[in-house]
Design a protein around this ligand. Structure first.
Ligand code: CP
Length: 304
């Protein structure tokens, strides 16, 4: 069941997800004990063509907590030989000779797949392009929900924001389709609705979903509000963006045991007054990224 590469979330089965979540919980305990040196002979390269705070730092922290070593380029578009016209495939062929695993954030959708086709070591997709995927984000999102709720079957979730180009929400939708009796409300301005390929996938897997533009209609119906940014330049009615935000007033309409999640970074879509509410789990969610990425590294670095 061990994946060689982690390119897209469709490749995860429910048993593999549950194994990963169990291992992530073990990693949480391991970090509390100060980590391990078990991976001291392993090297991870982080190759980032786009900016990142959470994904790169958590992967690098994960490797250090496992005792491994890290090679890093956080601005590969400037500080790699792409500047000289080198193709991604050649860069990957070279780095796979220096590292045991490559964590790649690429600016083009499909970048991770291209890298996986030529790499001799595991490639982990840390987000590729607009409208691509960000599978490790979706894994930590699901881990957070699973940790709080114990089961993902029967989950009701509102996925809110700029959905057509959101790689985190695309990866999340694919993962959610693996579970039973899931209900997904896609809430967005009309211009940035979830793309047809995801809706078709949900139809094929008989997953219940609804397209909605009024968040107020779904707040009382869901276990999770998964909030994302809406970029003002992508919608015609910029004033309407505020109506998709989470404020203290909006919290009143949510279930008492609901969760507010966000892949972060946030701008204005979650008011800071929400941060102290016990339902606001986005900072805990980001921290869970460390444990899930440790678990994922141990999975892809396992000996045959
Ligand atoms: N959620 C996420 O991918 O954050 P970063 O861009 O900071 O990595």
């Amino acid at each position: 069941m061990r994946p060689k590469h982690v390119v897209e979330s469709q490749q995860f089965t429910v048993p593999l997800l549950l194994q990963l979540f169990e291992r992530s919980a073990q990693m949480e305990k391991l970090v509390a004990r100060g980590g391990t040196l078990d991976y001291q002979d392993r090297i991870m390269a982080t190759l980032f063509y786009e900016p990142s705070t959470r994904t790169r730092f958590s992967f690098e922290s994960a490797m250090y907590r496992l005792g491994g070593k890290v090679l890093s380029t956080e601005q590969a578009r400037v500080f790699s030989s792409e500047v000289e016209g080198e193709q991604l495939e050649d860069t990957i062929r070279i780095i796979s000779g220096f590292a045991d695993v490559i964590v790649l954030r690429h600016n083009e959708a499909g970048g991770a797949r291209r890298a996986a086709q030529v790499s001799s070591v595991p490639i982990i997709n840390a987000g590729d392009g607009k409208g691509g995927q960000h599978p490790t984000q979706a894994l930590l999102d699901l881990y957070t929900i699973h940790r709080e709720r114990r089961s993902l079957d029967g989950l009701s979730i509102a996925i809110v924001g700029d959905l057509d180009q959101g790689r985190t929400v695309r990866s999340l939708a694919y993962l959610l389709s693996k579970f039973e009796r899931v209900k997904i409300f896609f809430v967005s301005p009309p211009e940035v609705r979830m793309k047809q390929d995801i809706l078709q996938h949900l139809d094929e897997h008989e997953v219940w979903y609804a397209i909605e533009s009024d968040i107020a209609k779904v707040l009382g119906e869901v276990d999770v509000v998964y909030q994302t940014r809406i970029r003002p330049e992508r919608v015609s009615d910029r004033k309407s963006i505020a109506s998709y935000g989470i404020t203290a007033k909006v919290l009143h309409a949510m279930r008492p045991n609901a969760m507010v999640l966000h892949p972060l970074p946030r701008t204005v879509e979650i008011d800071k007054a929400v941060d102290d509410d016990p339902r606001a789990l986005y900072f805990k969610q980001a921290k869970n990224g460390l444990f899930v990425r440790m678990a994922l590294l141990t999975l892809v670095l396992e000996e045959e």
